[in-house]
Structure formats: C-alpha cells, structure tokens
Design a protein around this ligand. Structure first.
Ligand code: NDP
Ligand code: OXD
Length: 316
C-alpha cells in the first residue's frame, strides 16, 4: 500500500514552526502542515497545538486527534470539535522538566530567594531565619501525572506535602484532599501553593483573592507563596496583585498567564516579589514527543486502545 493510501497526518500548530514536527513524524504516513483544502479526505490524524478552531470538523475521514501538549484546553475549547478520540502527552522528559521547575521554584521560595536578591541589590549582609523543609508545607492543586511526580520530589526534600484533586485520591506520603469540601482544609494547611491543574470550565479563575486568603500565612516562612505552572486562565491576575499588596501573598512564581505573551503593561512584570517565566516550565520537545505520537498511531492501527485518552466530559 502506498503511504498516501494510508491517509495523512496533519500537523496543525499555532506559534510553533511545524517543519520539525513534520520531519519527525514522517514514516508510514505522509505528513503535511497544510491540507488540500478545508475538507481534505486524505487527513486521518491531526497532531495539534492551538489549531484554528472549526478546522478539524471538516475532514470527513479524521480518526483521532493528538495534542502536542499535556494540556488539552486548546483542543476542547474548539466549539466544533469532531467526535473522535483525543489523546494527550504524558512523557517522562516533560514530566522531569515540570518536576525540575516546581522543585526550583519551591526551593527559591523556601530559601527566601527574593529576600536575598533584594539584599544583594542594596549590598546588605544579613542572614534571615531559615526554617527546615519539615517546617514548611507545600500544597499541590492537581495530583495527576505532573502533580504526583512533583509531590514525590518534594517529599524527598523533606517538605510536608498536601494534594487536592477532583476525585478522592491516595498518593503515598501526601495528605490528600478532594473536591469543594476538601479545599478549605487543604488551603489552611498550605504555605506554598503549587497549581498543576488543567484549564476546564470547573477550574477557570479558581486562583482568586478568596482562595489565596485561605492559605496559611502565619507560617515558618512569614507568608504564603503561589506557584502556577498549570494554565493562565486558572488565575485572576488582578487578585494576585491585590493579594501581594495587602500581604495575603508574600510572593509568586508564575509560568502561565491570562494572556500570553504577558502584555508589556502588566504590573506583574515589575513586581519585586513576582518571578516570571514565559510558559517554559515543561515545553514540548519534538525529539521526545515525535516517537510517542507515532507509537500512538501504530497502536490505533493495530486496533489497540490509545494511551492517555482525554475524558472529554471531564475536560482533561
Ligand atoms: P492530569 O490530567 O494527569 O492531572 C490533572 C489533575 O488535576 C488530576 O489530579 C485531577 O484530579 C485534577 N483536577 C482536574 N480538575 C479538577 C477540579 N475541578 N478540581 C480539583 N482537581 C482537579 O494532568 P497533568 O498532570 O499531566 O497536567 C496538568 C496540567 O499542567 C495540564 O493540563 C496543563 O495545563 C499544565 N501543563 C503546563 C505546562 C507548562 O509548561 N507550564 C507543561 C505541561 C502541562 P483527579 O486526580 O481527580 O482526576
Ligand atoms: C502543555 C504545555 O500543556 O506545554 O504541555 O503547556
């Protein structure tokens, strides 16, 4: 059978160069970044990152959609999503990068990095009190692939770790809380909040002033910190700034933003107690993810279930 007779893989990405994905996915199937018209019958698989909404429903022979990220909000917010399976990325290098990011930011808040940076700017030689990790608790919202791996690393460093999920969960060594009923107690036991939730209708805007008020401020670090590497749409940036100003929040590390790139006029850029990275906590590396997508397509064609299928009704 010729490769084109097997149907084609469409790479549909916004903000990324598709060429390396096209090259890495080339094999049994022809790979394209532009279809032959909006209803191209040869497109069987779509490999996407922020595809133009409405574009996928027109392919009559589309069989599956593969997200080029762990998050699938960019797909599920398409109001014209075709009724085919959607699979997402779970990959060890991506997980490792997220664990590195979370550990880095937690350690910076724990070891009072912003205080030392401010002291250095003023040439101040002063050693603030330093609690041990055992005196500090980190609360992770979302104990999925990434959150549970981060929890394990933080436990290894000696932190007390709390986790919050949608459905009740048990993770060794982690104090687990679930649902709306568990949120208040989870926050009250948390000094450093790490957000690794997906963006869904249920989580949009969840990081607001009221939630931040629930964190434990009277703690060994002298205030509560926020780390968000989930999605920008989870947070209300005006509320974060308000919380930083009135002491509800001591400091924040933000990798994701309501609008990306973060607009130049955002007050977050210049805030002395905000640490910003450009949605770079765990980027998708084509070298690692290409083989995974090809394996997924091979599984599908052998009639085996896709790995890491998205639960469309749950939204992640
Ligand atoms: P998973 O799907 O494995 O885990 C999601 C977790 O969030 C689960 O524990 C789930 O609960 C919990 N959750 C979902 N909805 C709710 C809710 N309404 N209330 C409470 N908990 C909820 O996702 P991953 O760990 O793989 O990824 C998490 C997110 O990280 C991605 O969706 C993406 O947005 C973001 N991400 C960011 C990157 C970056 O570079 N900044 C890189 C990669 C991912 P339950 O266990 O009950 O299902
Ligand atoms: C992802 C991301 O979802 O990089 O993988 O944000």
């Amino acid at each position: 059978m010729s490769s084109s007779a097997r149907g084609r893989i469409l790479v549909s990405v916004t903000g990324w160069d598709p060429s390396q994905w096209v090259r890495l996915l080339a094999g049994d199937h022809e790979v394209i970044s532009e279809p032959d018209g909006p209803a191209d019958p040869t497109v069987e698989y779509a490999v996407v990152w922020k595809h133009p909404h409405g574009s996928l429903k027109q392919f009559p022979n589309l069989k599956a959609i593969f997200s080029l990220g762990a998050g699938v909000d960019h797909i599920l917010t398409d109001p014209d999503l075709p009724d085919v399976p959607v699979a997402r990325i779970v990959q060890e290098n991506l997980t490792r990068h997220m664990v590195e990011y979370v550990t880095w930011r937690v350690m910076d808040h724990h070891r009072q990095g912003s205080t030392y940076r401010a002291q250095q700017a003023e040439k101040v030689w002063f050693e603030p009190n330093q609690p041990t990790t055992a005196e500090v608790s980190v609360g992770i919202m979302g104990l999925g692939e990434l959150g549970s791996a981060a929890a394990k690393a933080l436990l290894g460093l000696g932190f007390t770790v709390n986790g919050w999920t949608r459905t009740p969960k048990s993770v060794e060594g982690v104090n687990c809380f679930a649902g709306q009923d568990g949120l208040r107690d989870f926050l009250a036991a948390t000094d450093i909040l790490v957000v690794l939730l997906p963006h869904t209708p249920a989580t949009e805007g969840i990081i607001d002033y009221e939630l931040l008020r629930g964190l434990r401020r009277d703690n060994a670090l002298g205030g509560a910190s926020l780390i968000n590497a989930g999605r920008g749409k989870l947070q209300k940036e005006a509320d974060i700034l308000r919380a930083l100003e009135d002491g509800t929040l001591k400091e924040a590390s933000l990798d994701v933003f309501e609008v990306e790139p973060l607009p130049e006029n955002s007050a977050l850029w210049n805030h002395p107690r905000v640490f910003i990275t450009p949605h770079a906590a765990a980027s998708s590396d084509p070298r690692h993810l290409g083989p995974l997508i090809l394996e997924q397509i091979a599984r599908f064609e052998r009639g085996e279930p896709l790995l890491h299928l998205v639960d469309i009704s749950a939204g992640y």
